[in-house]
Design a protein around this ligand. Structure first.
Ligand code: MN
Ligand code: MN
Length: 459
């Protein structure tokens, strides 16, 4: 007799001690996303952890052999971790990938101005956002000031105890009738995202006295001169910690979970992995939210160059082996999926949607319209993955990003697919994706972490 398949909510497979493990693991994650709100902060924290675990800088080691643990740092914004396996690299690698950039509000290069005795920063948003979600919130400024003498000063204003916050204002409801007639995309427009930063005038200045006072504060705190803004990367992000969400604390609300929820779980699984036959890789990249472009995005050659370097330092460099290493690899390209939202059920098709509580998500394809722009994973590869997950009791689900023709999205999977490797999109379901405060389910975070461990062990 045929049986009808029925998936079980993953919380139900854990007893009290098991649930505590889930909660404890997610507390580490909650702290990580609270402390690391930019790609640079994520890259730095992960490299520090790698160093403590004995990973060596690939660019500094003279030779490489099986069992070595290596890291590569691309411009402080993208990271590759390697555990060298016993088999030749040309046999392919097991790769976990995710991105560590998130939507945010970047300062323009010439940002600071004064209007009616208020000081403001002009900004240019990064990634796809509903702009109206980013106003009237406490915001922090994270980033770096790069000076002409080569020094780099780290900035964090708004997330240290006792710090002031900044933010973007909105029109009061009493005067908002014209604004509210506009379409959602225009209620708050790109040039309206100005961050208010001060209102006290400097006492011996007549014009721009408030701006001058803000510059004084920045000079005292960070040694910043106005011209230094042109070599800054300052990102305005939601201020404050991620929080447990729900009366049962079953979820996490926090900034930047797309895609740090996959980056953190991938890195944690990787750090626990032992050397195996094939070389293992954890790839955490930047710029996914704007098309994976530039030197630190997945389209960059930096990863391929790392593979060439490793072969060279093993005394076995051949161009053909670089290509074979890439083509023979398997990868979980992890990024967030849209979680089913009971408030907006009409954009989902329930049989092919990710639900909170049903574990890590496999997306055979992403893309828009007729799967345009998607890496369509091969079913042979999916069969191997589901066998490994089932064998190890990993709860997983499959999903599409909403209904056909409702919209769409992309990830880094297709870029790695270009090398001819087997790659599939996997990850964690998110509510409020790309909003300042995104929501994930703790059991899904934990099952994703378990799925990455199983992938590294079994594939
Ligand atoms: Mn993403
Ligand atoms: Mn995204």
């Amino acid at each position: 007799m045929a049986e009808i398949f029925k998936q079980k909510n993953a919380w139900l497979k854990y007893d009290e001690a098991g649930k505590k493990n889930v909660m404890d693991f997610c507390e580490g994650y909650r702290k990580f996303i609270s402390d690391n709100k930019t790609e640079r902060e994520c890259a730095q924290t992960i490299i520090e952890k790698a160093k403590k675990k004995g990973y060596k800088d690939l660019t500094k080691v003279k030779s490489v052999k099986a069992g070595d643990k290596l890291y590569f740092n691309k411009f402080d914004k993208a990271v590759a971790l390697f555990i060298i396996g016993k088999k030749p690299l040309a046999d392919g690698m097991k790769i976990l990938g995710a991105h560590i950039d998130s939507p945010r509000i970047d300062l323009k290069q010439n940002p600071l101005y004064e209007d009616s005795e208020m000081a403001l920063f002009d900004t240019h948003y990064y990634g796809g956002i509903k702009k109206y979600q980013w106003v009237t919130l406490p915001m922090a400024i994270h980033g770096v000031i790069c000076k002409k003498d080569g020094s780099v000063v780290k900035v964090n204003i708004g997330d240290k105890p006792g710090d002031p916050v900044v933010g973007i204002t909105d029109i009061l409801i009493h005067l908002g009738s014209k604004q509210l007639e506009k379409s959602g995309a225009k209620v708050v427009e790109g040039e309206d995202l100005n961050v208010t930063v001060g209102s006290i005038p400097h006492d011996d200045e007549e014009k721009n006295a408030v701006k001058r006072n803000v510059l004084d504060i920045l000079e005292k705190t960070y040694g910043l001169e106005e011209r230094d803004f042109i070599s800054c990367e300052l990102e305005v992000v939601p201020a404050g910690e991620a929080r447990d969400f729900g009366l049962d604390s079953s979820m996490i609300m926090g900034y930047g979970q797309d895609d740090r929820v996959c980056a953190y779980t991938s890195a944690e699984a990787f750090f626990e992995s032992k050397a195996t036959d094939r070389t293992q890789v954890c790839l955490l990249v930047d710029k996914e939210e704007i098309g994976s472009v530039g030197a630190t995005g997945m389209h960059s050659r930096f990863f391929e160059d790392c593979v060439a370097e490793i072969l060279d330092k093993m005394g076995a460099y051949k161009e053909i082996d670089v290509r074979r290493a890439m083509a023979n690899s398997v990868m979980l390209s992890s990024d967030v999926s849209a979680a089913y939202d009971p408030n907006y059920s009409d954009v989902f098709e329930k049989k092919n949607t990710a639900f909170f509580g049903y574990g890590s998500v496999l997306n055979k394809y992403t893309g828009a319209r007729g799967k345009s722009g998607s890496n369509d994973a091969s079913p042979e590869y999916i069969a191997k993955l589901r066998a490994a997950f089932d064998k190890n009791d990993v709860t997983f689900q499959t999903a599409e990003l909403g209904k056909v023709d409702a919209g769409g999205g992309g990830t880094i999977a297709y870029i790695m697919g270009n090398y001819g490797m087997n790659v599939i999109d996997s990850g964690v379901a998110v509510l409020n994706m790309h909003a300042p405060w995104e929501i994930t389910s703790k059991i899904d975070i934990y099952e994703a972490y378990r799925s990455y461990k199983v992938f590294l062990k079994e594939l």
